[in-house]
Design a protein around this ligand. Structure first.
Ligand SMILES: [Zn+2]
Length: 151
């Protein structure tokens, strides 16, 4: 996809967000410099926003990306989190499984708008999901180990 197409689909995502009353904060904007620094400190470094986005409640924090296709798919991914996470939280799936499902939903959503995602972009999204493999073992079991030490 060229930059014009990417901008077109980003606009569609923004309109979708608007209709669901979802806020979108583009942290790459110069006007968000202070916000970036504050959040960077909380996350022990400014790198947190590089190639990374997130969502909290009804707000999407769109990170800083050199690759605009990665930014677009990340935007769709966060939107799908907001639209589907409450449903997913009722299921007893692993975090990896839920992440993978949200990435698939993001591919499907952009596809339904007519976007033709490259293999590179799809693989990049799947690589992001893979970082959650073993999340429970890392985050939950390690936490238990630490708390047992305190007893
Ligand atoms: Zn995610």
């Amino acid at each position: 996809m060229d930059i014009k197409q990417i901008e077109k689909y980003e606009k569609i995502l923004r309109n979708t967000c608007r209709s669901y009353k979802i806020n979108v904060i583009d942290v790459s904007l110069p006007s968000n410099k202070k916000f970036r620094e504050k959040q960077g400190k909380k996350a022990n470094g400014k790198e947190w926003f590089n190639n990374s986005s997130s969502c909290v409640d009804m707000t999407i924090y769109l990170g800083i990306y050199k690759n605009k296709s990665f930014r677009l798919i990340s935007f769709a991914h966060e939107l799908c989190h907001i639209l589907h996470d409450s449903f997913a939280s009722n299921m007893k799936n692993t975090t990896f499984y839920n992440e993978l499902m949200v990435w698939y939903k993001a591919f499907k959503l952009l596809n339904s708008f007519g976007a033709n995602l490259s293999n590179e972009t799809i693989c990049w999204g799947l690589d992001q999901a893979k970082t959650y493999i073993g999340w429970e073992e890392r985050e939950v079991l390690n936490y238990d180990k630490e708390s047992r030490k305190e007893i």
